[in-house]
Design a protein around this ligand. Sequence first.
Ligand code: CA
Length: 221
Amino acid sequence: MRVLVIEDEERLARSIARALQDSGMSVDIAADGRTGLWRAREMPYDAITLDRMLPDIAGEELCRTLRSEGCSTPILMLTALTTEGEELDGFDAGADDYLRKPFSPAVLVARLRSLSRRGPVSPSVLHVDDLAVDPRLMTCTRAGTDIALTAREFAVLEALVRRSPAVVSKRELLDLVWGFEFDGDPAIVEVYISYLRRKVDRGADRSLIHTLRGAGYRVGG
Ligand code: CA
């Protein structure tokens, strides 16, 4: 599942992103309201975490704008403020849930999973050829046979399937799945592609996972 994190505090944004990525979600970060609004309009996210206090657009206003445009992506509002009235303002603006800072990453992940199950946003199961990927249940089948994937493998595959038939560069995969702060060896991507190839393509009559030298990776027939 793919989550947009709209948060201006860089350290918090990164720690949220890390927690979500560790549980197999893909994450985009927007550091201000304007960027967040633009991304939410451009991409079909499964959920959005929205900081209430942003430098340019207030969280409530951003939420209200998205709802008025017909966006039904589940929104989890994050706030440092704690009065009941302010929570009600958030719900009034169209937020689906509320979480007070500081919060535990595990609670955040659980709330997002539960919200995304409710949300009618993107089709629940993504199909490419005979491959089916369910971002909410984190399950994957090929020609009806279950494929067991780790959270990280799943996140890489989901990112590729969502863009299929387009090519996704190694850098994009690193940012989406490992996070912008990743400073390890980028060759990790190739390692995961080889894991996926072994699990998804082995024994099949055709390969679905392709490497395009110098460009990136693609899932498709
Ligand atoms: Ca803030």
